[in-house]
Design a protein around this ligand. Sequence first.
Ligand SMILES: Cc1ncc(COP(=O)(O)O)c(C=O)c1O
Length: 404
Amino acid sequence: MNIEKIRSDFPVLQKQVNGKPFAYLDSACTSLKPKPVLDAMNSYYSDYTGCAGRSVHKFAKRTEEEFAKARAKAAKFVNAKKPNEIIWTKSATEAINLVAHSLKFEKGDRVVTTNLEHSSGLLPWHAVAAEKGISLDFVLCNKEGEFNPEEFKEKIGRKTRLVSIIHASNVTATVSPLKEITKIAHDAGALVLADSAQSVPHFPVDVKQLGIDFLAFSGHKMIGPTGIGCLYGKEDLLEKLNPMLLGGETITDADLNSHVLAEVPERLEAGIQNYAGAIGLGAAIDYLSGIGMKKIEAYEKELGKILVEGLLNNPKIDLIGPKDSKKRGSLAAFNAKGMDPHDVALMLNDKNFFVRSGMHCAYPIHKFLGLKKGSVRASLYFYNSKEEVKLFIENLSTIIKNFS
Ligand SMILES: Cc1ncc(COP(=O)(O)O)c(C=O)c1O
């Protein structure tokens, strides 16, 4: 991979901060955007602004075409059978909420989820439990963030309607054995929803190969814009969802007291859509596919190895998740002994290394690990260079040395 060329495509990477270079190590929070994505969004606003599926004029038709192309790209990216299996949402969070609030649950149904979930994969189930009288069962990961599929066998029972599980963790950097868990759930008659916000951006994800029923992902974590996400769903299952929102485009006819729902995907996409966002995400997918997700995965493994080995080399650092970099993605959450994670992040910020600190929207796993103040997290993407990661380790070591 030609990192110099890739980096030259990202306008923000051409800049300095306070007159000095910076290292952006917070891509698990949100990723940087390359010029083709910015251009695609800008073009919608400056060349052909319109509404898809409504007016008949040329701008509206162009919007409709570009919007449809973006949906087809998103479908192909996760190997869905057809574009209609992609529903636009504003985020992975909204995609998960869409399933939670639109699936027809009966009182007494159960949902199995885990202690590794991001708030977006956990809180919707709290709401559904309160509103619809369903119960929640939890499978716990081990201290490194790994699941034993056998424990899903034990937790999934006759009443389990759905298993909702994080695909790649934003804290432990582990990848859940989704294919195995999906098979176990299906054998027991339950559906599976994966939170793939941290997997789809980093390695090839194939919904057919996984056999998964629903999968949520997000534009802004995969060099696309904020405000756009996707719910993949098997078409027959999407057709059975009760729309969470109703409005423009969700129907084909209406009277004062009744209406006729449109087909999917429109029936699940109420009101004006984020055309610029979807078109921008289409451009992001073109960019990622142009490099190749396998190449991105392999390069991130190399980066991840430098990061993890560098952190493990320092006896003052406690790394969260597996010590073997082969078992993890290219992010690392950690703590420096005796130091507050926010202080570490602020000291790194002073040196222009941008990381995240705190709970990373994942309270239960931090509590499970006894980390009341959370952790510091450095999260990498394919536009990071090996030099940046090495410099990060050096600077972090100096900060810790100077503190103690
Ligand atoms: C694992 C995981 N799930 C879900 C989300 C939420 O994604 P979005 O920002 O698209 O709502 C995040 C974002 O941090 C995440 O890391």
